[in-house]
Ligand binder design. Structure first.
Ligand SMILES: CC(C)(COP(=O)(O)OP(=O)(O)OC[C@H]1O[C@@H](n2cnc3c(N)ncnc32)[C@H](O)[C@@H]1OP(=O)(O)O)[C@@H](O)C(=O)NCCC(=O)NCCS
Length: 169
């Protein structure tokens, strides 16, 4: 499959405007747990500054990469809750870039990084059942479905289940 050229890199100062422009979409908020809509300039400033701190901290348990297209933040793939031999994977991509295989490729790269560079043995992800594109990304990247976590998440006072996917080494 051919896809738009992208690179993965850490967040940096100056990313705030393109981050806010790419992420500020109800279609991204809908299936994620911690991304607000509307996503304000202040949210973007806070997120970039948080990541600059995380990247300086060698003991940090979180690592977020920018999906960079022509110098702009098009999306992000990250590892959080890095603890012992495992971590949780999360990702999003600006709507204009959907359907080109970008996140599948980026997830493969970050999973390789987790296993090879961080020495992890298990990377897992939670997916809202209606989010077929996300489940497909994980399957294409070699993740296996492990089950339904009942009432695992809560948003606006409503609980809902999440599908658990993982890749092990
Ligand atoms: C999920 C998301 C990251 C996918 O990014 P992407 O770069 O478009 O994904 P890819 O192009 O690599 O792969 C998408 C796959 O899902 C498939 N797909 C898309 N919509 C689908 C649908 N409604 N039903 C079934 N499959 C679907 C595509 O056809 C493709 O599979 P294919 O290559 O076999 O044809 C993107 O849609 C997104 O940011 N969504 C909002 C945030 C989000 O859901 N984050 C993940 C939380 S777990």
């Amino acid at each position: 499959m051919s896809f738009v050229n992208f690179t993965l890199r850490p967040f940096r100062k100056g990313d705030e405007p393109s981050l806010a422009a790419s992420i500020n979409d109800k279609k991204i908020e809908r299936y994620t747990q911690n991304i607000p809509y509307p996503y304000t300039a202040a949210d973007a400033r806070q997120w970039v500054s948080r990541n600059l701190k995380l990247d300086r901290d060698k003991t940090s348990n979180e690592k977020n990469f920018v999906v960079d297209i022509e110098g702009r933040v098009a999306g992000s793939v990250g590892l959080s809750g890095i603890c012992g031999h495992r971590a949780e994977l999360g990702y999003w991509l600006g709507v204009e870039y959907w359907g080109q295989g970008i996140v599948t490729e980026a997830v493969k790269m970050v999973t390789r990084y987790a296993f090879k560079e961080l020495g992890l043995r298990r990377v897992y992800a939670h997916v809202v059942p209606a989010n077929k594109a996300s489940a497909r990304v994980l399957e294409k990247a070699g993740y296996k479905y492990e089950g339904l976590l009942r009432k695992h998440a809560m948003k606006r006072g409503k609980t809902f289940g999440l599908l658990l996917y993982a890749k092990i080494r």
